[in-house]
Design a protein around this ligand. Structure first.
Ligand code: CA
Length: 494
């Protein structure tokens, strides 16, 4: 049985110059061989920063690097032809293509409009000034370079609920646009700052039926244009849940197949995630933010961290069928806004925990597989040179998921510094014994049962080169190096 394994195929500082799409095309075969089943692409459409844009500053959803807009034709990752070749290369290797859906806002308007606005208290967005006044806002998107191809929809102030910049009078802040839906912000959004509908840019007004239909049209169009296995939904706590409750069903119906959908609701709060899953009728999965923070804490804590608490408060612990587990992503990498990096020594342990256990769908981060080196300004305004080394054992861990992460699971979480779990295998596929420690070299005594008596095990990761043989009761002590992980598998399955 093939087990779903995602790769986030980009990071914030991936080089521009259209290198990503050809790179993905080239890597498709090796990713399939390794055991990656789905690839999450960065936003495939034109951002306000054109060829420099990572993609979250959406300008035109229909410009996949095809039109001369925002300073050129290609996106940061290449032109539309290169995107098509990459997506088809993945599909040919049996890899699903997951698209990043950034629906919360738009940026880089083509024209301004005179609009009526209310000032809003940024710290409590429920406090909307009752007074309205006229100002100029960047809210009109006509896409002159595209000339109505694929969609003739023109976005204007009626399509947005708020902006953070007005002119004449010139002010920065948060401004609620006066529109036909002017009974405050949308409901069914995050509760931080009173109401977290507004995040950035020109905030999309989902209560506008024409907007709603346009976003459905776009989803159907994308699936017609490119091979599609699903979506990654950006910033959903800023978008009314009722919108995706409908949109996902519509996409699945249009696709005529099941689609994999994972949403980014960035809050390490199980109750909030549960509440969101209820609101969207459990139609999607969520990234396990709490587990990511636990990995961060464990990597900082060293031997002071109690490994038995790693799954406390996590989505994968409480609702495993809805959890996409991760060790790092483009928002948590060094110099980014949600920076909470997991220290390199702990990453092999964290990846073993997401890749080899029964619960959750793991998502591997591009730099952890391929490495990354970049320079950017930090919060201190200084330039920082960052090197994220590739994790040497990660390809083996991804392969181990397909080869050995099978069958029932037994946890041996009996020591704060050394934990283990057993995958017992099935009649078709072998299992494994995973041992890890955040302290000195250790060993875990494991009982595998009499049917596993006298079996020789080797460490699939090669961190240990000794052999472990079970006794007549199927027992053995499985060793692990200091601050490391070993994946013990039957020697005769190698
Ligand atoms: Ca919003």
């Amino acid at each position: 049985m093939v087990q779903r394994t995602l790769l986030q195929a980009f990071h914030w500082y991936y080089p521009g110059d259209g290198r990503l799409w050809p790179d993905i095309e080239e890597k498709a075969a090796s990713l399939a061989d390794m055991g990656v089943t789905d690839v999450w692409l960065p936003p495939v459409y034109k951002g306000a920063a054109g060829g420099q844009s990572v993609g979250y500053d959406v300008y035109d959803l229909f410009d996949l690097g095809e039109f001369d807009q925002k300073g050129g034709v290609p996106t940061k990752y290449g032109d539309r032809g290169a995107l098509e070749r990459a997506a088809h290369a993945l599909e040919e290797k049996g890899i699903g293509v997951i698209y990043d859906v950034v629906f919360n806002h738009k940026m880089g308007a083509d024209e301004t409009e005179r609009v009526q606005v209310h000032r809003v208290n940024p710290d409590n967005r429920e406090e909307i000034d009752s007074e309205t006044f006229e100002a100029t806002a960047h809210t009109r998107f006509t896409f002159p370079g595209r000339q109505g191809r694929y969609s003739e929809f023109i976005w204007d102030a009626k399509c947005f609920s708020g902006v953070d910049r007005i002119e004449d009078p010139d002010e920065n802040g948060i401004f609620k646009l006066v529109n036909a839906y002017d009974d405050g912000w949308s409901v069914e959004v995050g509760e931080e700052f009173g109401n977290f509908d507004y995040l950035m840019g020109s905030d999309i007004e989902f209560r506008n039926k024409a907007v709603y239909e346009e976003l459905k049209h776009w989803g159907r169009w994308l699936m017609d244009e490119l091979p599609s296995a699903g979506f990654r939904l950006d910033a959903v706590k800023h978008i009314p849940a009722w919108f995706f409750r409908d949109w996902i069903g519509h996409m699945r119906e249009s696709a005529g197949k099941d689609l994999f959908v994972v949403a980014e609701y960035w809050l390490p709060d199980l109750d909030a995630l549960r509440g969101y899953l209820d609101l969207v009728d459990h139609q999607l999965m969520l990234f396990d933010v709490a587990l990511h923070y636990n990995f961060h804490d464990a990597s900082k804590g060293g031997a002071d961290y109690d490994l038995r608490t790693l799954f406390d408060g996590t989505l994968v612990g409480a609702m495993p069928e809805h959890a996409v587990t991760l060790v790092a992503n483009h928002d948590t990498q060094p110099l980014q806004s949600l920076e909470a990096p997991v220290e390199p020594w702990f990453k092999p342990l964290a990846y073993a925990l997401i890749l080899l256990r029964e619960q959750g769908v793991p998502c591997v981060f591009h730099p952890d597989l391929y490495g990354a080196k970049y320079t950017d300004k930090g919060g201190d305004g200084e330039n920082h040179e960052i090197e994220m080394p590739a994790i040497a054992c990660l390809p083996a861990l991804i392969a181990a998921r397909q080869r050995f992460a099978h069958g029932p699971q037994t946890d041996i979480f009996d020591d704060p510094n050394c934990i283990a779990f057993v995958r017992h295998g099935t009649t078709e596929a072998p299992g494994c014994v995973v041992v890890m420690t955040n302290a000195g070299e250790a060993a875990k005594s494991v009982e595998l049962g009499q049917e596993m008596a006298g079996v020789a095990f080797r460490d699939f990761l090669g961190h240990r080169d000794d052999e472990v043989t079970t006794d007549e009761m199927g027992r053995a002590g499985f060793p692990v190096n200091a601050g490391s992980v070993s994946v013990w598998v039957r020697g005769d399955t190698l």
